[in-house]
Design a binder for this molecule. Structure first.
Ligand code: ADP
Ligand code: MG
Length: 252
C-alpha cells in the first residue's frame, strides 16, 4: 500500500481552477520531486495534502488515514479541528520562508510542537531537539534566535523541527528558493542525507540536480495537471511531453 495516495484532487479559487484532477502515489521511503512553472498549483497541492487547504473534490490518504475525514458506519464525516491537528502532526512541512518563531530560541522552535501538540515532556523534547539539531549540523546553535542565523541555517532549523516529531512524511515547498546561492548547497545536503536515511519526502523544487541525484520519481505539473511523471532519468533526460521539455530548457 502506498504511504501517500492522492486521488483526483480538484481545487478552485473563485473562477480559477488551480488543480484539475491531480493523482499520484508515494511509497514509503520515496522522494517525489514536483517540478512545474509558477502558478501550476504545486503549493496548493502540498497545502491540501497537509490540510492547510481543503480540496473541492478527490481525496488524499497518508499512512492509511483519509485526510480531513473519517469513515463511520459507511459514511464520511469531516474531522473536528482537534483531529485535523493530530493528523497534520504526522506530516512535516518545510516552507520557502522557514516560518520560524522569531521570539523563540532555536531549541524552543524545535521543541514547540513536541510539547504543545504531541504532549512530550519538556526534558524529553529537548533531548529530541538536540538529536535533530545535530542531524542538520546545528548542535551549537540551540540558544541562538532565528535572526542570528543565516537563511540556510534557519531552513535547517525548520527541517529539524519537521523531523523532530518523526513524521510519516515531510513536504518541502521550494525550500531553497529564498536562499542566497551560496547557502543552497548545505540545505540540499541535509535533504539528501534525509532521503538516504529513508525519509519519505515530497519536494517542490527547481533544483534539477537534486532531482537527478535523489528523486525516486519526478512529477511535472503545468496548469493544474500532472503532465508527466516517471523516474528522473526518463522525465529529465527524455521527456515525452513538449511542455516538460520546454520547461526543462528554461531551468537547466
Ligand atoms: P505554484 O506553487 O505552482 O506556483 P500555487 O499553488 O501557489 O502555484 O498557485 C496556483 C494558482 O492559484 C495561482 O494562480 C495562484 O494565484 C492561485 N492561488 C493560490 N492560492 C490562492 C488563494 N488563497 N486565493 C486565490 N488564488 C490562489
Ligand atoms: Mg508555490
Amino acid at each position: 500500500m502506498a504511504l501517500v495516495e492522492i486521488h483526483d484532487v480538484h481545487k478552485s479559487f473563485g473562477a480559477v481552477d488551480v488543480l484539475k484532477g491531480v493523482s499520484m502515489t508515494v511509497d514509503k521511503g520515496d522522494v517525489t520531486v514536483i517540478l512545474g512553472p509558477s502558478g501550476s498549483g504545486k503549493s496548493t497541492l502540498l497545502r491540501g495534502i497537509n490540510h492547510l487547504e481543503r480540496f473541492d473534490r478527490g481525496y488524499t490518504k497518508v499512512d492509511g488515514e483519509l485526510i480531513g475525514y473519517r469513515r463511520h458506519r459507511g459514511r464520511l464525516h469531516e474531522l473536528r479541528p482537534r483531529e485535523i491537528l493530530r493528523q497534520r502532526a504526522n506530516i512535516g512541512f518545510v516552507f520557502q520562508g522557514f516560518n520560524l518563531f522569531q521570539n523563540l530560541t532555536i531549541l524552543d522552535n524545535v521543541t514547540e510542537a513536541l510539547v504543545s501538540v504531541h504532549g512530550v515532556s519538556r526534558s524529553r523534547a529537548e533531548e529530541r531537539a538536540r538529536e535533530v539539531l545535530a542531524v542538520v549540523g546545528l548542535a551549537d546553535k540551540e540558544f541562538a534566535h532565528p535572526r542570528q542565523l543565516s537563511g540556510g541555517q534557519q531552513q535547517r532549523v525548520a527541517i529539524a523541527r519537521a523531523l523532530a516529531v518523526d513524521p510519516a512524511l515531510i513536504l518541502f515547498d521550494e525550500p531553497t528558493s529564498a536562499l542566497d546561492p551560496e547557502l543552497v548547497g548545505d540545505v540540499l545536503q541535509v535533504m539528501k542525507d534525509l532521503a538516504r536515511a529513508g525519509t519519505t519526502m515530497i519536494v517542490v523544487t527547481h533544483e534539477i540536480g537534486f532531482a537527478r541525484e535523489v528523486a525516486t520519481n519526478v512529477v511535472f505539473m503545468d496548469d493544474g495537471e500532472v503532465v508527466e511523471s516517471g523516474p528522473p532519468d526518463q522525465v529529465l533526460s527524455n521527456p515525452r511531453e513538449p511542455r516538460t521539455a520546454d520547461f526543462l530548457s528554461k531551468v537547466l
